[in-house]
Design a protein around this ligand. Sequence first.
Ligand SMILES: [Cu+2]
Length: 135
Amino acid sequence: MPFSFPTGRAPFAVAAAACALALATLAGCSDGGGGGGSSSATKSGASPSAGGGTQVTISNFKFQPASLTVAPGAKITVVNNDTTTHTFTADKGGSFDTGDIAPGKSATVTAPSNAGAFPFHCMIHPFMKGTLTVK
Ligand SMILES: [Cu+2]
């Protein structure tokens, strides 16, 4: 059974060119165009739950979990899995506030250093509520 390439080397050349183009595009993206957004995403992705880190996910206009307990000063990473912007904001005292988290992005805040219960909400959707317990 003879084995032969159908049309010589043309398909290979096209594939190679496409590959080189893709590589160049990727390199260009990660080097220049990324900016603050991509670097912060990389940073927060590096330590999702290692070292006792806590993660809160926002999905379907809900904090998950809505009630969580962390140690004083713990890092809390808030991941927005919705298609709209949310915040993770302490009800009072400005104890913590992620500011706007764009869809698909995440932000990290530091838990208060004093024990207590810290209700939080989303500034954009006040019906989104939860409680952070520090102890
Ligand atoms: Cu919201």
